[in-house]
Design a protein around this ligand. Structure first.
Ligand code: FAD
Length: 391
């Protein structure tokens, strides 16, 4: 805490540290700032940008420009009257109320961990060094440049989750637009893909993904990558293939070191009020919030609502009021594919076709905070060919 004194009175100002300037972290800062309680807020992020992750697959196919999906965290923090440090958190101690970063040591009164998740390479450094990942806007630009390069004859997307489906369809779309005769393989370890969808939607998703041109390989894994050769578990060797790894996520390294209860994915188990230790909260992908014995899905709206509750409970703690529980509302999800078709559940209704994809992009435009939403809208409405014509 800091002591603010003028001639008439002394006021103790608590210090709130927020780790991560993504959806959960920024939503907590906005909520804290919307209240009149005086707190000093310090936001720490290893990047200096807020990246609008739901639009990254579209950056790969160059449908949306990367500049529109990033926002400057220094500017956002200036606007929200909070201090920003671009620094990587390497350890935290809830007991001594300290955050250790690569350059500094911070003391806090209240802590919000909102460090999200990152690609999980399951400790395989060979795969980590050879494959590309999609954790940030910079990664999307990197993939976009690589798929355009002549170095690779084909692309292999590993991992049968939401990101893998979106990415493989966008890469195919890019090849189609450019008239490139390159193949896109989608590797799925089991023989029943898209377990996160209902049986009807699984069939729809698979058929539509194949319509975009993606070749789905079931029961397939990468055995080894040596130089240009990628060897699959069925003995096939594919040369000059760009491997995009989307097979699972894990929390940031400092959370692995933290002595706290975690779920099977390594997310911090939080109570219903989002706390995991006295005066310490975790939100978003970094937190395992229990709903009927399962951790809440990783999604933007849960990260934002969790961030708001953590902030409200910090204010409640300062005012000596009881804590509020997080009552997450599941708005649903959408699995959009690059041909404009997709499926998902919106407000409890299972939908397939163009409508869920339309809803996804409406949310992308209107829920985006800090980024250039009019730029995103322009890119979505005016295809790149026309944009070049008008330029
Ligand atoms: C490609 C992609 C597409 C997605 N599409 C959708 C979608 O359509 N709809 C949806 O609801 N969800 C989607 N998601 C999931 C959604 O983006 C996440 O659930 C959400 O971003 C979680 O918010 P968060 O605040 O927990 O983490 P994030 O928004 O990821 O923010 C975490 C921040 O913490 C920082 N950080 C991490 N580690 C450290 C450290 N050690 N020190 C300092 N800073 C650190 C990161 O740099 C980052 O800025 C998508 C995710 C991806 C990757």
């Amino acid at each position: 805490m800091i002591i603010d004194s003028d001639k008439t009175q002394i006021q103790i100002i608590p210090i709130v540290i927020v780790i991560g300037g993504g959806f959960g972290g920024l939503s907590a800062v906005r909520k804290l700032r919307a209240n009149r309680v005086r707190v000093k807020i310090i936001l720490i992020d290893k990047k200096n940008t807020f990246d609008f992750l739901p639009a990254l697959p579209d950056v790969i196919s160059r449908r949306i420009s990367s500049q529109f999906v990033q926002a400057d965290l220094f500017k956002i923090c200036k606007h929200l009257k909070c201090e920003f440090f671009q620094d990587e958190v390497i350890e935290i101690s809830p007991e001594s109320k300290q955050v250790q970063t690569s350059k500094n040591n911070f003391l806090f009164d209240y802590l919000v961990i909102a460090s999200g998740s990152e690609t999980n390479f399951y400790g395989n450094s060979g795969i980590k060094n050879t494959c590309v990942r999609l954790d940030s806007a910079l990664d999307a630009v990197n993939i976009s440049e690589k798929i355009a390069s002549e170095q690779y004859n084909s692309v292999m997307v590993v991992g049968g989750g939401y990101t893998g489906v979106e990415v493989s369809s966008q890469v195919c779309e890019y090849f189609r637009k450019k008239g490139l005769n390159k193949k896109v393989f989608f590797l799925i370890r089991g023989n029943e893909p898209f377990q996160f969808l209902s049986p009807d939607q699984r069939v729809y998703a698979r058929n539509n993904l194949e319509k975009t041109g993606v070749i789905i390989l079931l029961n397939t894994q990468i055995n080894n990558i040596i130089g240009n050769h990628t060897e699959l578990n069925d003995g096939r060797i594919i040369d000059n293939v760009l491997v995009i790894w989307t097979a699972g996520v894990t929390p940031s390294f400092f959370i692995h070191k933290l002595n706290a209860a975690k779920d099977e994915q390594g997310r911090i188990k939080v109570a219903q009020d989002m706390s995991f230790a006295p005066q310490c909260f975790a939100v978003g992908d970094a937190a395992a919030f229990d709903v009927n014995g399962k951790s809440l899905r990783m999604a933007v709206h849960f990260a934002e609502s969790g961030g708001r509750i953590a902030a409200e409970n910090i204010i409640n703690a300062i005012k000596g009021k009881p804590f509020k529980n997080h009552l997450p509302k599941d708005l649903g999800f959408v699995l959009p594919m690059a041909n404009g078709f997709g499926c998902g559940i919106i407000f409890g209704c299972a939908l397939a076709g163009r409508i869920p994809v339309f809803c996804h992009y409406v949310l992308c435009v209107f829920k985006s905070y800090g980024v250039n939403k009019w730029g995103i809208l322009k890119d979505l409405l005016i295809p790149s060919a026309k944009r070049k014509m008008y330029a």
